[in-house]
Design a protein around this ligand. Structure first.
Ligand SMILES: [Zn+2]
Length: 106
């Protein structure tokens, strides 16, 4: 049985899980970067440097994804408000006394 309240709660929990996952990923990557940024690198194929590179790329990718997500949401917000303005401007005369053709006998 489809229940909208349960579906909304599942969506909310999934969003919180994704937010927690990205937040933990960013925090742990930053901690790893800070802890190992000044290690003694003596080899060309250092595994710590490889991990630092992957952490850096992960943080950059998440930052770019969040930027595009924010930009996309902002564009959708602007377009929806612009369309609402156009529709309300077009229908503005329908809800006045003149638009409804109501005559006031004063
Ligand atoms: Zn190294």
């Amino acid at each position: 049985m489809y229940n909208e309240k349960i579906c909304s709660k599942i969506k909310k929990n999934m969003a919180m899980f994704i937010l927690l996952f990205f937040g933990l990923t960013l925090i742990l990557s930053a901690c790893f970067f800070v802890a190992h940024s000044d290690h003694n690198c003596m080899d060309d194929k250092c595994m710590v440097c490889v991990q630092l590179y992957h952490c850096e790329q992960l943080v950059k990718n998440i930052a770019v994804a969040l930027a595009f997500l924010t930009l996309g949401k902002g564009i959708v917000y602007l377009i929806s408000h612009f369309l609402y303005f156009l529709v309300s401007f077009k229908n503005a005369n329908k809800y006045t006394l003149i638009g409804k053709k109501i005559r006031l006998n004063i």
